[in-house]
Design a protein around this ligand. Structure first.
Ligand SMILES: [Fe+2]
Length: 208
């Protein structure tokens, strides 16, 4: 019983994109637990916009707008790339409403989907997440991408350069998948702005 309680406790406050191998051999990106959540978009991929507002946008807290360009391995802008993000609320919890289905039971409802436009551009609006309530993990936004004709794979989480938990040791663990995910936010008054470009295939295992 204690074991199950512990499991429930851990899953309520943490998530791990890379602890299990759900990918059959031959897929790019290596192990990824939960990357298939990208297919849970409430809007069909063909109708996705390159901008999204997460459900907490109108709640109280530090507003954050992140934009960037997704590039192909040859340096050209990548159109039609699906981007799935999810993150904790400011208390560090993946919040649930109780009616979540699929990976929503783990990822909570603070999640969103976008599709890059012809210029490779994407943008999302949300509230800045908090660190898990126990431990000293840096605050982060998980991100999975899916290119046309390729399977989905995870890239480095969005992190925050001014995060006190983003120590030198934490920075050493970063794999730079898809390029640098550390955001240098700029306070422009009503919100924090940051930019991250994504480089498809960069440091992605078995990328062809
Ligand atoms: Fe997480």
């Amino acid at each position: 019983m204690k074991y199950f309680l512990l499991l429930g406790f851990l899953s309520a406050f943490s998530c791990n994109s890379r602890s299990q191998n759900n990918n059959p051999a031959g897929k790019i990106g290596g192990p990824c637990e939960g990357c298939e959540a990208i297919y849970e978009s409430p809007v069909p991929f063909e109708k996705l916009n390159n901008m999204c507002w997460l459900p907490d946008w109108n709640d109280k807290g530090p507003r954050l707008a992140v934009n960037g360009i997704v590039y192909n391995a040859d340096g050209t802008p990548a159109a039609g790339v699906i981007i799935y993000i999810y993150h904790t609320d400011q208390s560090g919890v993946y919040p649930k409403k109780g009616d979540e289905k699929g990976w929503g039971k783990r990822h909570g409802y603070l999640r969103g989907w976008m599709k890059t436009n012809e210029k490779g551009e994407y943008k999302f609006f949300t509230l800045k997440p908090g660190s898990y309530p126990q431990g000293r993990n840096p605050a982060h936004i998980h991100v999975t991408v899916k290119e046309p004709d390729k399977n989905e794979y995870w890239i480095d989480e969005y992190l925050f350069d001014d995060d006190r938990y983003l120590t030198d040791d934490e920075r050493k663990k970063i794999q730079n998948r898809g390029g640098d995910g550390i955001l240098k936010t700029k306070d422009v008054g009503p919100l924090l702005k940051a930019e991250r470009h994504i480089y498809l295939g960069k440091n992605i295992p078995d990328y062809l």
